[in-house]
Design a protein around this ligand. Structure first.
Ligand SMILES: *Cc1c(COP(=O)(O)O)cnc(C)c1O
Length: 361
């Protein structure tokens, strides 16, 4: 057994999970209280009258292929958000255990911890170094009740990648002490093209490493709500006992198989290439505008920008029918986060800010 499981809540380790109806596709189903007929017009392959296969073999193998891991390393869920929630629920005892986060970062780590009643240990990123991870401070802040360390690379909303060596150091130093959850929601925008690879090939070496990947960003499938938690098989098995019984809807399963096949993977790479060139162009053009004070380097599909006056930028952009946002982070005053759009949308955004500032874009 992976010794890291000893960190899980004892009541989860001994939990008798829900026994869902047996998955026996060769037999006709009279065991799950379903209707034997489809709803009129139901054009799904499996039929919406049937409960879907829990953790479907075909989907798990497909995701394992996509992320270059073994099927036993994959837990599929409703986005990375479900992975975050499952980890916090399975490992943190309410009122006793804690999770470590590095703000400014993705808001769900904190929300999931709060919902579960876990404490928060905050080790801020180093603002003066482009929001680099403070590895030393993370290791110093760890204490025995700290079960999960959330790292986000590239980080939302600051956009930077965490050097591989830092992640490896934290995994090594905290072997058997904490799970390192590496959220790689945006890694495809730093991958292949920029020569930076996912850490999935380090899973074998680090039994306390969990990687979150999502189809919501690079694969243009946010509406399917599908993400993958990649980890040691014992962690996957533990979380599979906690996840809701038929987590993935039939339409999600069928859409993911269809829209991440070989042809769609090629198309996704082409779109990522466009996003990367637009990211560079938008960054250069924005930097010339007087209302913009600073643009942080980004390895993701968004830019974090410090403005002279953020509300005026939000308003100028909204006046031409676009919406951007301020990151909900006290460490980022007067900042806005812009998701890279189509070239036409990016032009509209540039022109709106330039016009409001009284100059030509
Ligand atoms: C968008 C985002 C997610 C959410 O992904 P889903 O798979 O859609 O739940 C996870 N982590 C980060 C850092 C994100 O920005």
């Amino acid at each position: 057994m992976n010794p890291i499981l000893q960190l899980a809540r004892p009541d989860i380790l001994t939990l008798q999970p829900y026994q869902h109806a047996a998955w026996e596709p060769s037999l006709e189903r009279m065991h799950a209280n379903e209707m034997p007929w489809r709803a009129e017009g139901d054009s799904t392959q499996a039929g919406l009258n049937r409960y879907p296969e829990p953790q479907p073999d075909e989907l798990i193998e497909h995701l394992a292929d996509l992320y270059e891991v073994k099927p036993e390393n994959v837990l599929a869920g409703r986005g990375s958000d479900e992975g975050i929630d499952l980890l916090v629920r399975a490992f943190c005892r309410a009122g006793q255990d804690s999770v470590l986060i590095c703000p400014p970062t993705f808001g769900m780590y904190k929300v999931s911890a709060r919902i579960q009643g876990a404490q928060l240990i905050e080790v801020p990123l180093i603002a003066a170094q482009n929001f680099a991870l403070d590895t030393q401070a993370i290791l110093a802040a760890w204490r025995p009740d700290c079960k999960l360390i959330f790292l986000c690379s590239p980080n939302n909303p600051t956009g930077g990648l965490i050097p591989r060596a830092d992640i490896e150091r934290i995994c090594t130093q905290l072997t058997n002490k904490a799970i390192v959850v590496l959220d790689e929601a945006y890694i495809e925008f730093a991958g292949e093209f920029a020569g930076v690879a996912s850490m999935t090939n380090a899973l074998e070496r680090f039994p306390n490493l969990v990687i979150l990947r999502t189809l919501s960003k690079a694969y243009a499938l946010a509406g399917t709500r599908c993400g993958a938690l990649l980890a040691h098989p014992d962690i996957v098995s533990l979380l599979a006992r906690v996840i809701t019984p038929y987590a993935l809807p039939t339409q999600t399963i069928e859409a993911v198989l269809k829209f991440t096949d070989g042809e769609h993977r090629v198309a996704a790479r082409q779109r990522i290439a466009t996003i990367l060139s637009e990211r560079a162009r938008l960054g250069e053009r924005l930097a010339r505008l007087p209302w913009i004070r600073r643009i942080w380097p980004s390895d993701a599909n968004f830019l974090l920008i410090e403005c002279i006056d953020a509300p005026r930028v939000l308003q100028a952009v909204q006046n031409v029918g676009l919406i951007i946002r301020t990151p909900n982070a006290p460490l980022l005053p007067n900042c806005v986060r812009i998701s890279i759009g189509t070239p036409a949308q990016n032009d509209r955004l540039l022109q709106a800010i330039a016009a409001a500032a009284g100059i030509a874009a």
